[in-house]
Write a protein that binds this ligand. Structure first.
Ligand SMILES: [Zn+2]
Length: 502
């Protein structure tokens, strides 16, 4: 057990946690955003991040300090906290990014870890090999082996209370990601970044990103804090949290601002294209897009960076509130509507409903059925699995969207997308779900899956389905020996119809 990470509220694979960072004497509540600070380009000062944005953790690159004539000695003498003027937790990266960009760096794994310790980092990082997506399997395996050797070597570097991260690589091979995660979790290291997902995000491959996260999560214990390395766009925070990520770092707020780009929870706008700011952060409340176009480059960049950070922190808080209320899936679904690639990410998440189901709470606040994707949520899957264990009484059982019927020994309720359930369960989650009247086919086919699960578990029972004109696609999925009757005024015996009216 890793006792630095304490988990609280959960939803899907998402969770709120407390990450204790002993060297900083700080407990960081996750999901958390770590703004990236480049000592050479301070768009927003760390002290401002702390006082105005409430930042309690940031990330900077240890290798930049190591190589810098200007900052190296000062960092060693003063320490990062004084040099940057930041009292929260400071995580450092190692130069892996420079290694992947330029092919070589002039420091060893052990030296850079020791250096990160010596400049006062609270969470250090070894030099892993960030293998890009889509490389050949041999390359992915060979580079993963190097990364794993570096992690093992990192265990032996004397870094005192500094936490050390154990990056999980494996390119676009889910089995390698899972094995890499299992290996990393087996070391004595502390925080688990999922590496080399930036090329996926830059190309809007959110489905692949989610698959990489889920594969890594299968190899990690629940108590492993998971960092999605290089992920700073607020549009994907809810999705990545639902898949099980706890930490995000944002260079995006500053990089995008430099290019005049304005972040929102549904994508990226260019300042040149905006007539109105769809936001009420202090920057957007006080300025119009025209104002920003008419100031100098430095001021524009800073103002855009501030907006980008505000929208990022706000989204982290929105995600946390959704986790607390148990409606993270509803939030992911709303965010997924912002871009087709996010729909892809959401669908990749639901493809792993069985994996999510294991950590998804049995009872939550509310289940809103918002689209055909809602029919694939873990709660629906769990109900279908539960159906095989619910006792059925009687030889002839009606599963009905309408009234009970005396011609059967027992009547169960029938509700898309869940399918059948005993009426005693009507008030329990998720069967209290709120649904639109005009349902899509997915809701009915999911309910038919439920009927099938119940029928298969009770081969000696005769089942009948009473439905309000289900679509043919759903009726076709029912087992052949299940009788169907369409509900309506004509199908209900007169005495029952009058009973119903009382
Ligand atoms: Zn704003």
């Amino acid at each position: 057990m890793r006792d630095i990470f304490e988990l609280r509220d959960a939803d899907g694979a998402g969770r709120i946690g407390d990450l204790e960072v002993p060297r900083a004497g700080v407990t960081v509540e996750t999901p958390a955003l770590l703004p990236v600070i480049n000592p050479h380009l301070r768009t927003i000062a760390p002290a401002t991040l702390e006082s105005e944005f409430g930042a309690d953790v940031l990330i900077t690159n240890g290798y930049i300090f190591y190589k810098s004539d200007e900052y190296r000695e000062r960092a060693l003498e003063e320490g990062l906290h004084d040099l940057l003027d930041f009292s929260g937790a400071i995580m450092t990266d190692s130069g892996s990014f420079q290694l992947s960009e330029y092919g070589e760096i002039s420091v060893t794994n052990e030296e850079i870890l020791q250096f990160q310790h010596d400049i006062g980092s609270d969470i250090g990082t070894p030099i892993d090999i960030p293998t890009p997506p889509d490389v050949g399997r041999e390359q992915a395996e060979a580079e993963l082996e190097t990364t794993q050797q570096r992690l093992e070597a990192a265990e032996d570097v004397g870094v005192g209370e500094m936490l050390v991260s154990a990056p999980v690589q494996g390119s676009t091979y889910p089995d390698l990601r899972e094995a890499a995660a299992e290996h990393a979790y087996g070391t004595s290291l502390d925080v688990f970044p999922i590496g080399a997902v930036v090329p996926m995000m830059n190309n809007y491959r959110y489905g692949d990103m989610v698959e990489a996260i889920l594969a890594a999560k299968r190899g990690l214990g629940a108590d492993a804090p998971v960092h999605l390395f290089g992920a700073g766009h607020p549009m994907m925070f809810a999705l990545a949290v639902a898949a099980g990520c706890d930490l995000f770092d944002s260079a995006a707020y500053a990089l995008y601002a430099r290019d005049g780009r304005y972040l929102t929870v549904s994508g990226t706008d260019h300042l040149d294209d905006l007539d109105y700011f769809p936001c009420s952060c202090p920057v957007c409340a006080a300025h119009t897009p025209d104002d920003l176009r008419n100031v100098g480059q430095d001021e524009r960049e800073e103002l855009l960076a501030r907006h980008n950070l505000h929208v990022s922190y706000r989204e982290i808080r929105t995600v946390k509130q959704a986790l607390r209320e148990g409606n993270l899936f509803e939030l992911v679904e709303r965010r997924a509507r912002g871009h087709p690639s996010m729909v892809d990410g959401y669908r990749a998440l639901l493809d792993a409903a069985d994996q999510l189901e294991r950590s998804d709470p049995v009872s939550k606040g509310s289940f809103f059925y918002l689209s055909g994707e809602s029919a694939r949520r873990p709660e629906v899957l769990r109900h279908h699995e539960r159906l095989s264990r619910l006792p059925v009484e009687g030889d002839r059982v009606l599963l009905s969207e309408g009234d009970t019927n005396d011609r059967y020994d027992e009547t169960w309720r029938l509700q898309p997308p869940f399918g059948p359930f005993p009426s005693a369960l009507s008030d329990s989650y998720p069967l209290t779900a709120q649904l639109p009247d005009r349902l899509d086919v997915s809701a009915y086919t999911a309910a038919a899956d439920g009927v099938r699960a119940l029928a298969e578990a009770n081969p000696g029972t005769e089942f009948a389905v009473g439905h309000w004109a289900w679509p043919e696609a759903a009726l076709e999925m029912l087992p052949e020996d299940v009788e169907t009757l369409v509900l309506g005024p004509d199908s209900v015996p007169p005495e029952e119809a009058s009973d119903d009216g009382e």
